[in-house]
Design a protein around this ligand. Structure first.
Ligand SMILES: Nc1ncnc2c1ncn2[C@@H]1O[C@H](COP(=O)(O)OP(=O)(O)OP(=O)(O)O)[C@@H](O)[C@H]1O
Length: 683
């Protein structure tokens, strides 16, 4: 590729400008080697525009200004945050610029000097400021005009410039890039050369070239994934079941005891699961169903059946909050059947864990609910017959495999709320049988939605007050902040303070964010579930699976920054009980596209419909639209938008002979492990 002094497997420390400290920051993003950095693809591109007068700036836009520093910058500390503020001026007006956690700027930005600043214009305390702008010398900025600039995913302590520089060096000095795909396939599918594609995706010549490069790399990603899936499938073709179960009277009893009638879809899927558990072969089944369609009930029935047959069974969920929630409801529901349950999560003390391991090993419990703590080496199960993974996308394939290996060949049930069309699901889930819960409980009132601008906030708050007075509860979701968890946490806390001042005095408002300790999170969530907290201000940590049927309002700030699938998941947190529920999407942007996108949610509560419409709206040109969060995270590929590439890759894999597949893995012995370990998909 270039001079050849770098190897793909080199640690990133060999790159100029990356010392111990920066290396650690890269590690936070999972980047350890030159190869990892090369695969740290831009999340989008920016085209720099000519600077505009400060007086022409409006809220929400990203723009550049050419301005002089009007005073010595000020540095202040707010909680954990170091904030640099400076006033700048051009001939039209003056404004403030703000940087977070870059204290050194206080010294380097000297009064009287001129720069070009480029960043997002936001409104803070009623005035327009630019947050976290890039700083450029005039000459170098003008050189960048109209060239597509990569925008990389970042983390605290890492700037776009640092990543850009490092990637540039790699591209000029790396000796080779591996091409896993046989020539016959690249030719047949018209794929760009891989080395060129990597170069172009980072620093594209133009838009067309970037699109072709991206297409090639997405193809690779899907291709390798499906290939690894094929290998895995070979390893566990139709296993004979070691855990054939008997009919279970208690399951019918439980169904009769539910305070509601199961829907026909639930009954049908339960029959399918039951049939598997009683059959000759090991179950490998995916249950797919929209948010709130009642999948958990099916999991509970399967767990009960396993326990009543004398086996152990476990359920692994992505967060401790969720584990606690399931543990509590399962215990309540099943105790009268003599079922013993226990919880196993990372935040338990060493002593508690030891005791729990002992109870599991001695089969003093039947059902174990937990997070990835369930697959720690020290856990020994006794006759583990069933493994349920809920919202499985947060786990890598490797972790799930580890859990399966703890029983002989336990039955596996995977739960998913992502509305993937059947044709794609068959490709992506490889050898899983698929059951679909395609019906919502009958008595549910459809959620009432509205998309509003920020001026609507006072009305929304009054509405929340009213709902709380009627005994209901509400969620308010603050926008995500990609660059820093700290700023995100800060936003949540600030918002909470404001709400406490605005809402009626008796309304209890609490917050939840990713930086809190698991115990604190659990505590807040428990108090919310018990109704002690009325309004929960949160980041998207509540997105997955949380079930508080008394909550009837979901208000999402800066809804335009989320993917539609994610908004649909968030909305799924309300409308889970008998009460009329409401979703308020607050759009902080005046762009027509943003409103149109949110209108889709306004129109429909159906996950499949939303995924389809979102796709139509984004269109093929919009290659780095807001990523669908959640299931099936690939580095570049988006299973919805790149569905045709996915199908092509599946088609290509099908054409390979076993020998050809083996050859690809033999050429790079770590490859299979790497694909599975990264867990970019699921099995
Ligand atoms: N047939 C039914 N009729 C009425 N309510 C039901 C029915 N099945 C489940 N529920 C209730 O609906 C709510 C949502 O069910 P559940 O938690 O099983 O959904 P889910 O499909 O797992 O949702 P998510 O994907 O959002 O986690 C729960 O409060 C549950 O008790």
């Amino acid at each position: 590729m270039g001079g050849g002094s770098l190897e793909a497997s080199d640690k990133i420390k060999v790159i100029k400008g990356i010392g111990d400290k920066t290396e650690k920051v890269f590690h936070k993003l999972g980047i350890e080697t030159v190869q990892d950095l090369l695969e740290h693809y831009p999340r989008g591109y920016e085209e720099f525009e000519r600077p505009v007068p400060i007086s022409s700036l409006t809220e929400g836009i990203t723009a550049s200004i050419e301005a002089g520093i009007a005073m010595t910058p000020k540095l202040k500390k707010v909680r954990n945050l170091q904030i640099v503020n400076v006033q700048v001026k051009d001939s039209s007006a003056s404004m403030y610029l703000t940087w977070f956690n870059m204290p050194f700027l206080q010294k380097s930005l000297r009064s009287g000097y001129h720069y070009i600043f480029r960043g997002k214009v936001v409104r803070k305390n009623g005035v327009l400021v630019m947050e976290q702008p890039g700083i450029y010398q005039k000459e170098s900025y003008y050189k960048l005009l109209r060239i597509l600039q990569p925008v990389y995913p970042l983390t605290e302590g890492l700037t776009n410039n640092m990543v850009t520089k490092a990637v540039k060096q790699i591209l000029s000095e790396l000796s080779f890039a591996k091409d896993y795909i046989p020539k016959s396939i690249t030719r047949e599918y018209g794929l760009m050369d891989r080395t060129k594609a990597i170069r172009e995706v980072h620093f594209p010549k133009d838009r067309d070239s970037m699109m072709n490069a991206r297409q090639r790399l997405v193809f690779d990603e899907f291709f390798l994934y499906i290939l690894a899936l094929r290998k895995l499938k070979e390893k566990r073709t139709q296993q004979h079941s070691e855990y054939r179960m008997q009919e279970c009277e208690e399951c019918d009893q439980l169904i009769r005891q539910f305070p509601y009638q199961l829907t026909n879809a639930q009954l049908r899927v339960w029959q399918e699961v039951k049939h598997d558990l009683q059959g000759d072969f090991v179950m490998n089944r995916l249950i797919q169903g929209d948010v709130g369609s009642g999948k958990t009930v099916l999991a509970i029935l399967a767990l009960l059946m396993a326990a009543k047959n004398g086996y152990q069974a476990c359920m692994m969920v992505p967060t401790e909050v969720l584990a606690k929630q399931h543990y509590k409801s399962l215990t309540e529901m099943l105790v009268s059947f003599g079922i013993r349950t226990c919880l196993l999560v990372g935040s338990m003390t060493a002593k508690e864990k030891r005791e729990t391991y002992e109870t599991i090993k001695s089969h003093s419990v039947d059902l174990i609910i937990g997070t990835h703590a369930l697959i720690q080496e020290k856990v020994e199960y006794d006759n583990l017959a069933l493994v349920i993974t809920d919202e499985q996308h947060r786990f890598g394939v490797k972790q799930r495999e580890a859990l399966m290996n703890k029983g002989g060949h336990p039955h596996v049930l995977v739960m998913s709320a992502t509305p993937i069309p059947r044709t794609l699901a068959i490709i992506l889930y490889g050898d899983l049988d698929i059951s679909i819960v395609d019906e919502l409980p009958a008595k549910r009132l459809p959620i009432k939605n509205c998309v509003v601008d920020t001026n609507y906030r006072p009305n929304a708050y009054r509405f929340i007050d009213k709902q709380v007075a009627e005994g209901r509860q509400a969620y308010v979701i603050c926008p995500m902040v990609e660059e820093s968890d700290e700023i995100e946490a800060e936003n949540v806390m600030e918002y909470t303070d404001r709400l406490r001042e605005t809402l009626a005095t008796q309304v209890v408002v609490e917050y939840l964010h990713g930086k809190m300790k698991p115990k604190e999170k659990n505590d807040v969530m428990e108090r919310f579930a018990n109704g002690e907290i009325h309004v929960l201000v949160s980041t998207t940590v509540v997105e997955v699976g949380v079930n508080v049927p008394n909550a009837t309002v979901m208000m999402v700030e800066n809804a335009e920054r989320f993917g539609l699938a994610q908004l649909h998941q968030l909305r799924g947190r309300v409308g889970r009980g008998e009460f009329q529920s409401y979703c308020i999407f607050v759009c902080g942007s005046s762009s027509r596209d943003a409103w149109e996108r949110l209108e889709i949610l306004n129109k429909s509560n159906d996950g499949f419909f939303i995924a389809g419409e979102d796709l139509k709206l984004r269109g093929p040109g919009d290659i780095f639209g807001i990523r669908q969060s959640g299931e099936m995270e690939f580095k570049l590929g988006d299973i919805f938008q790149d569905a045709s590439i996915l199908k092509a890759a599946a088609d290509a894999v099908k054409k390979l002979s076993d020998r050809e597949v083996d050859k690809i893995f033999e050429a790079d012995p770590g490859l299979e492990n790497k694909i599975l370990h990264k867990g970019t998909g699921t099995l």
